[in-house]
Design a protein around this ligand. Structure first.
Ligand SMILES: Cc1cc2nc3c(=O)[nH]c(=O)nc-3n(C[C@H](O)[C@H](O)[C@H](O)COP(=O)(O)O)c2cc1C
Length: 182
């Protein structure tokens, strides 16, 4: 099973990216997670750039979504909403059909950011029929370093929650794939 872990942060020491990398590190071998932390490299979406005019960076991003069985998203809150870079990445996704039935779940690296989470849930429920609102992993990692985050996620209670999240999401992705018309 291939999952894409999409970070809404462009910071090198992002807590959200570090949480996604920690999930990647503890995932069982049958769940392969690729972390995408380059929303900052995507040009601003424009309907004029759809199809054959799609820039290479966006093409690569769209392919990585097409080729995975599910997407995990982690993002900071900026000005009580979704950071522009992540919203732009999602706008690119709706220029294709790749996201329509894509299983999606959220994780979050802060005890804050509920306005962003609410806005992101509205957007994801709009772009995908398989956004799983019941599944959510949240750890209070604000201001922690990536090294500390790897350690914190490895603490037995957190690791159990993270493993449960991954297993439940993988099962959900398999069920979604089984329901797709042949
Ligand atoms: C431009 C900007 C706007 C922000 N706005 C908010 C906000 O509205 N509410 C909030 O709780 N935190 C806000 N923050 C703080 C970030 O959401 C917080 O530090 C987040 O955990 C950083 O995630 P990251 O480590 O993955 O980059 C803002 C940070 C920046 C840089």
């Amino acid at each position: 099973m291939r999952l894409l872990a999409l970070s809404g942060s462009t910071r090198h020491t992002s807590t959200n990216t570090a949480l996604l990398r920690a999930l990647q590190a503890i995932a069982p071998e049958r769940i392969r997670i690729s972390v995408y932390d380059r929303v900052g490299s995507l040009p601003i979406f424009s309907p004029h750039l759809e199809g054959s005019l799609t820039p290479l960076a966006a093409q690569e991003f769209l392919r990585s979504v097409r080729d995975c069985q599910g997407v995990i998203i982690a993002s900071p809150e900026y000005v009580r909403s979704i950071p522009g870079g992540l919203k732009n990445a999602i706008d690119w996704l709706i220029s294709t059909s790749f996201v329509i039935d894509k299983p999606i779940a959220l994780v979050h690296a802060s005890h804050r950011g509920d306005d962003m989470l609410q806005a992101l849930r509205t957007v994801l429920a709009t772009v995908s029929t398989q956004f799983n609102t019941d599944l959510f992993l949240r750890l209070p990692l604000l201001n922690e370093t990536p090294e500390r985050i790897a350690h914190i996620v490895g603490v037995p209670a957190n690791r159990l929650s993270a493993e449960n999240f991954l297993e439940t999401f993988a099962t959900f992705c398999r069920e979604c794939a089984a329901c797709e018309p042949a």
